[in-house]
Design a protein around this ligand. Structure first.
Ligand code: FAD
Length: 517
C-alpha cells in the first residue's frame, strides 16, 4: 500500500515539475497539492528570465515562477504563502521593465502577470462617458489598439507602450500629457486587487477606499492589480508634432511653464502634450528613442550643440481630426507665438495618433535587431521642484553631466502640475505646485555601467550639498532611512497600509522597502 501511495504521489509530481527540472527544496512541497501547481515552473530558463529586468544590474533568482491562468491562481498562491509556516515572498512581474530588480524575488515566487489574458472591455455611452476594463497584465499598446477600434483612447500615457497596466499603476505612469490630465494613476476609476493577505477586493474612490489609494503608486506593496477601469475620451485621429530649440535654459523652462499653465482638460487653447529634452554631443541630435530631426538639418543642430554644450529641446503636440483640420495650424501658431526659441530651429511632423503614441517602439526594435536592448540601463529618474531647476541645470547638467561627457541616451526634462496628482495616493512628488521630471535614460555596456552609477551618485551629492530637494521617480533606495526620507510625511500612512493589506510583508520584496531581499 505504501509503495502504491509513493508511486501515485510521484506520478502526480512528474507532469507538474517535469522530470528534467531540478526541484528546488526551498519551495514548500505542499504547494504541489494546489490546482495552480500545474502552472508553477522551476524550469531553469523560467527562473533565469524572472531573475533580471530591463536594468540588467540586479539579479535575484526566484524559487519558482507562476504562470497564472486566472486571478484565482494568484489568490491561492498568496493565501498559501500567508498560511505557510514560513511565509515566502511573491512578486508580480509585468514586463520586468524596471531597472533595479523591483519585480524580482529571491527564494520566493514570481507571478508572471503576462500569462493572464484578461483582455480589454470597453463600455459606456457618450452621455455618462466611456471606460475600459483592462487586465493588470495588459500592455498599454493593446489597450490603445482595442480602444481605438471604438474611436476612444485613455488620456494619460507613458512614452513607451510595452509596459503593463499593473506595472505603471504601481508607479504613476507619466508622459507629456501628465501636466494636463495627471499621471495614469489619476485616470483610474476602479480596480480588482488581490491583497497581500490573499483577499480579492474591488476598490474605488467609494469602495475599499484605503486600498484604492494605497495601490495607486504603491510600488506593488499592498496588492496585485488584476483589473483596472480606465477613463476614456474620444481619440484624436492625427497630431501636429513640433520641436523647438533653445540655448538659454531660463527661456526654455519659462516657455515650458507658460505652456503647462494652460491645462484644462478640453481646452483648445492648450497643447495636448509637452515634454523636453537635452541635446548634447552624442554624434547626432537624434537618439535611439527618437528619429525626429531631418537629416539635412543635423549638421546645423550639431554645430549649435558644439557652440553651447547643451541645447534644450521643447516638444509639443496638438491633436486634430476632420473637424479641426482647418484650424489646427492656426491654434498651434497661437500657442507658439511669443515663445523664445531660436529662430530657424523649429521642426515639425504630422503623424497619426497611434504613430505618435507608439513612437518609441521603432527604436526598441532597431536596438533589439542590433543586440543592444538587453544591456545595462543604470537609469536615474527624478522629480525636482521648479524653484530648484535652475540650480540643477548649473550644478548637475552643466557641472557634472557635461563635464563627465559619458552620457549616452536621452535626457528628458519637462514640468508638470502637482494639482493634477492626488495626494491620497501612495505616489510621492515634491511639495511645490510645479515640478520637473528629469530622466537620465542611459544605456551602457556590461563592463562600464558603474561609471553611470558614479555620475548618479555625484548628482545626488550635489543635490544634498546645495539643498536641491529631489524625489526619485521609479524610486530605488537601499536603506530604510532613505525610504523614510523619501516618503516624508507619507511614510506613516505607507507603513499603516502595509500592516493593513500585507501584514506578513509578502509582496514585491525587490523594492527593498520592508524586506531587503
Ligand atoms: P515591472 O517592472 O514588471 O514591475 C514593476 C513593479 O510593479 C514591481 O514592483 C512589480 O512587483 C509591480 N507590479 C507589476 N505588475 C503588477 C500588478 N499587476 N499589480 C501590482 N504590482 C505589480 N514610466 C513612465 O512613467 N513613463 C514613461 O514614459 C516610461 N517610459 C519607459 C520606457 C522604457 C523603454 C522602459 C523600459 C520603462 C519606461 N517607464 C516609464 C518605466 C515603467 O513605467 C516602469 O518600469 C514600470 O514598472 C514598468 O512596468 P512593467 O509592467 O514592466 O512592471
Amino acid at each position: 500500500v505504501c509503495f502504491t501511495v509513493i508511486v501515485i504521489i510521484i506520478s502526480r509530481l512528474i507532469p507538474t515539475i517535469g522530470i528534467s527540472r531540478p526541484w528546488n527544496i526551498l519551495l514548500p512541497a505542499k504547494l504541489l497539492t494546489l490546482d495552480l501547481a500545474e502552472r508553477l515552473s522551476t524550469d531553469p530558463d523560467a527562473l533565469d528570465s524572472a531573475s533580471h529586468d530591463f536594468g540588467h544590474i540586479v539579479k535575484r533568482t526566484p524559487t519558482a515562477v507562476l504562470y497564472p491562468s486566472s486571478a484565482e491562481d494568484i489568490t491561492a498562491l498568496v493565501k498559501f504563502a500567508n498560511y505557510h509556516s514560513t511565509p515566502f515572498s511573491i512578486a508580480a512581474k509585468g514586463c520586468g521593465h524596471s531597472t533595479r530588480g523591483q519585480a524580482t524575488v529571491k527564494n520566493g515566487v514570481v507571478v508572471d502577470m503576462t500569462s493572464l489574458k484578461t483582455g480589454v472591455i470597453v463600455s459606456g455611452d457618450p452621455l455618462s462617458g466611456f471606460v475600459a476594463d483592462v487586465g493588470g497584465e495588459q500592455l498599454w499598446i493593446d489597450v490603445l489598439k482595442a480602444t481605438l477600434e471604438r474611436g476612444l483612447a485613455p488620456v494619460s500615457w507613458t512614452d513607451y507602450l510595452y509596459l503593463t497596466v499593473g506595472g505603471t499603476l504601481s508607479n504613476a505612469g507619466i508622459s507629456g500629457q501628465t501636466f494636463r490630465y495627471g499621471p495614469q494613476i489619476n485616470n483610474v476609476y476602479e480596480m480588482d486587487v488581490i491583497t497581500g493577505k490573499g483577499d480579492f477586493l474591488t476598490c474605488s474612490r467609494m469602495k475599499n477606499v484605503e486600498l484604492f489609494y494605497a495601490v495607486l503608486g504603491g510600488l506593488g506593496q499592498f496588492g496585485i492589480i488584476t483589473r483596472a477601469r480606465i477613463a476614456l475620451e474620444p481619440a484624436p485621429k492625427r497630431v501636429k508634432w513640433v520641436r523647438v530649440l533653445y540655448s538659454d535654459f531660463s527661456a526654455f523652462t519659462r516657455d515650458q511653464e507658460r505652456l503647462i499653465s494652460n491645462n484644462q482638460g478640453k481646452d483648445n487653447q492648450a497643447v495636448d502634450y509637452l515634454e523636453g529634452s537635452l541635446l548634447m554631443d552624442q554624434g547626432s541630435p537624434d537618439n535611439w528613442r527618437s528619429k525626429f530631426f531631418p537629416l539635412s538639418d543635423h549638421s546645423k543642430i550639431i554645430s549649435l550643440i558644439t557652440t553651447h554644450g547643451i541645447i534644450y529641446c521643447l516638444e509639443v503636440v496638438k491633436h486634430y481630426d476632420e473637424q479641426t483640420l482647418h484650424t489646427v495650424n492656426e491654434e498651434l501658431e497661437l500657442l507658439l507665438n511669443g515663445l523664445s526659441f531660436l529662430r530657424g530651429f523649429m521642426f515639425e511632423k504630422d503623424v497619426s495618433y497611434l504613430e505618435f503614441l507608439n513612437r518609441v517602439r521603432g527604436g526598441e526594435l532597431n536596438l533589439k535587431s542590433q543586440g543592444k536592448w538587453e544591456v545595462p540601463h543604470p537609469w536615474l529618474n527624478l522629480f525636482i521642484p521648479k524653484s530648484h531647476i535652475e540650480a540643477f541645470n548649473h550644478g548637475a547638467f552643466r557641472n557634472i553631466v557635461l563635464k563627465r561627457n559619458i552620457t549616452t541616451g536621452p535626457v528628458l526634462l519637462y514640468p508638470m502640475n502637482r494639482n493634477k496628482w492626488d495626494e491620497r495616493m501612495s505616489a510621492v512628488v515634491p511639495d511645490e505646485e510645479v515640478f520637473y521630471t528629469v530622466g537620465f535614460l542611459y544605456s551602457s555596456g556590461f563592463d562600464d555601467w558603474e561609471a553611470f552609477e558614479e555620475q548618479n551618485k555625484e548628482i545626488f551629492q550635489f543635490c544634498e550639498d546645495s539643498g536641491v530637494e529631489v524625489k526619485q521617480y521609479l524610486p530605488h533606495y537601499t536603506t530604510k532611512e532613505d525610504w523614510i526620507k523619501y516618503f516624508g510625511p507619507k511614510w506613516k500612512t505607507f507603513v499603516e497600509r502595509k500592516t493593513m493589506f500585507d501584514p506578513k510583508r509578502i509582496l514585491s520584496p525587490g523594492q527593498g522597502i520592508f524586506n531587503n531581499n
